[in-house]
Design a protein. Structure first.
Length: 574
DNA sequence: GCCGTTTTCGGCCCGACTGTTTTCAGTCG
């Protein structure tokens, strides 16, 4: 898969071109836009080329004849001549240097020309000799800022899980509201769009006491230091290792600001182009016709004035949602309240932390009317997997539990391990007795694609599987997906009527948003499950819902939006 | 270097903050 490699090279070319006198800023932007396209592609770019040639590449947004040639050059030779030439001209580690907060390509090249700084190590040496502060255009403050920037990079891990970031953003918003200094505070940015990882937090506040709000904000206990502080925008570094922006907004600008700061950047660029086409100007302060502000009470009204339907934040990624909005075909996305049950949970009997009764209580408190308890099977020793006898005894306890319940039911199930050879880790007889059979891969993850695809398909072809859990096995920021041909997987699921799981665990979110979009083209249904191992994990459902919405999913494609009766009919539970 | 319900040429999103400057370039989102 060359996508990330090529995207990185294009970004580096853009950075190097931005300091090159022969290049225009628009050429720079062209490389950046192409890098973004390639970096967020769902399919390996070499496959796109193999299937459709240069023409297929040129169909990608921001990629024309020249850039298509450069991509082909990389696929064929592993090199891009233009990049090699630029590197010769400017032999510096531009990627590392510009990753320092406050350091762009121009500063990096000045440091190279004046001090011979090629990488972060050189930069550290220059700082220790206090050479930077003596350069024209730089000063004492620049030097210490760069030093701080290097420190921040070395201690930060880059992006962070939505499941870690969202609660902190919510806490900051709550504290701002409690301060009495703001009339409203909301989360914007990628956190509002429910992206699976978040690079920084964006918060908007409504207030006419700007200075006081900023003072309050910079003194919050989550804050470690201040990066920039102004009356309308302040940036701080949080103790958890990410930055957080606070913008204080005037009431008449609030809707426009929320739209603007929610992003994505790519979505906004397209929306602003449409505004211009319609004789408007859209920025963070409002929608303008000439110099006159057009009164809008909500984000929805902004989209409406531009001839579009309201676009939910989770869809704002410039993946075709703007066209849909123009045609008024935005689907009614699934919501948290649509879920009636959870079909993937664990108890103490395998590797969960709580009892059957405790899990049921917690699910009820979340407004659910059924759960399936799906403990691990015997081969998964590390998770205390259960054997046939263990399940039989446990199922008797579930029967007893259900006798006492009238408006809630626990379904009998298992998360059956798919063994290395594709066979299932429990007897056929027991599996057939179960209400909900989840199959999953937990071991031998490094098979090649063909082998892994066959292994999974063999399991699905038994006809015994209801749901395929966390279908790619990835752990976000930790482990890549195992290699599997997604198209054949979805075809096999369609053939065998197997439901694809959207696992809501914050470090799984598997299927991902892009895989959901891909899977939606097949006649398959989905289940949004928590994989809860303790009562507090039911909280994770909102991340699964967020991911499903990012995959444009509607309620009718998700089986655990069905009430118990309909679900039992669908899964043929007697 | 890309792109077209104004265009195959001439546009390309736009404003805040900072540091080092005396009016602005660089960086960021």
């Amino acid at each position: 898969m060359f996508n990330k490699l090529i995207a990185d090279i294009f970004n580096e070319i853009a950075a190097l071109l931005s300091i090159d006198e022969n290049a225009s800023q628009f050429e720079v932007r062209a490389y950046q836009k192409a890098a973004l396209t390639i970096g967020t592609l769902q399919e390996p770019i070499e496959d796109i080329y193999a299937k459709g040639g240069k023409e297929a590449l040129q169909k990608l947004p921001g990629i024309g004849s020249t850039l298509a040639d450069r991509i082909i050059e990389y696929i064929k030779t592993g090199k891009i001549e233009k990049y090699e030439e630029l590197k010769k001209k400017y032999p510096i580690d531009i990627k590392a240097l510009t990753s320092i907060e406050g350091m762009g390509a121009k500063k990096a090249i000045t440091l190279y020309k004046k001090l011979g700084v090629k990488n972060i190590e050189d930069l550290k040496k220059a700082i220790s000799r206090h050479e930077i502060s003596k350069l024209p255009g730089f000063g004492e403050k620049s030097e210490s800022l760069i030093e701080k920037g290097i420190e921040l990079i070395e201690q930060s891990k880059g992006r962070m899980l939505l499941g870690d970031a969202l609660p902190i953003a919510e806490r900051i918003v709550e504290e701002l509201k409690k301060s009495g200094l703001v009339t409203n505070a909301v989360i914007a940015g990628s956190t509002r769009r429910m992206r699976e990882t978040v690079g920084d937090l964006d918060i908007l506040a409504l207030s006419n006491r700007q200075e006081e709000v900023m003072d309050f904000f910079t003194r919050l206990s989550d804050v470690s230091n201040i990066i920039a502080k102004g009356p309308t925008k302040t940036t701080v570094w949080l103790k958890i290792g990410m930055s957080c922006d606070l913008r204080v907004i005037e009431p008449e600008s609030f809707s426009a600001a929320l739209q603007y700061f929610t992003g994505s950047k790519e979505h906004n660029i397209e929306v602003r182009k449409i505004a211009i086409k319609n004789g408007y100007k859209l920025n963070e302060y409002g929608l303008f016709k000439g110099n006159a502000r057009v009164k809008v009470k909500s984000e929805a009204e902004i989209y409406e004035k531009l001839g579009m339907q309201y676009i939910p934040p989770e869809m704002r990624e410039d993946r075709g949602e703007i066209k849909l909005a123009m045609e008024h075909k935005i689907p009614k996305l699934i919501e948290l309240g649509d879920l009636k049950g959870d079909l993937h949970t664990h108890t103490k009997e395998s590797d969960g932390a709580n009892t059957l009764e405790e899990m049921a209580e917690a699910a009820k408190a979340k407004g659910l009317s059924y759960i399936a308890v799906t403990n691990h099977t015997k081969s998964l020793k590390v998770s205390n997997g259960m054997d046939e006898k263990g399940f039989e005894e446990f199922f008797k306890r579930i029967d007893k539990f259900n006798e006492k319940e009238d408006s809630f039911k626990v379904l009998k199930g298992a998360e059956v391990d798919i063994l290395q050879d594709g066979s299932l880790d429990l007897s056929r007889k027991l599996i057939e007795e179960m209400d909900v059979v989840i199959a999953a891969i937990h071991s031998h993850l490094s098979m090649d694609e063909e082998e892994m695809t066959m292994r999974i398909e063999k399991a699905l072809d038994t006809g015994l599987v209801d749901i395929f859990a966390h279908p790619t096995g990835r752990l976000i920021l930790e482990r890549d997906p195992y290699k599997v041909n997604m198209e054949s997987l979805f075809e096999s699921a369609e053939r065998n009527n197997v439901v694809m799981e959207i696992n809501s665990f914050p470090n799984r979110l598997d299927l991902s948003d892009t895989n959901i979009l891909l899977a939606s083209n097949y006649k398959i249904n989905f289940a949004i499950n928590t994989d809860a191992h303790r009562t507090s994990h039911f909280e994770f459902l909102r991340y699964g819902i967020g991911t499903a919405r990012r995959g444009w999913l509607t309620k009718d494609r998700v089986i655990n939006t069905l009430d118990l009766k309909r679900l039992e009919k669908l899964l043929e539970i007697t």
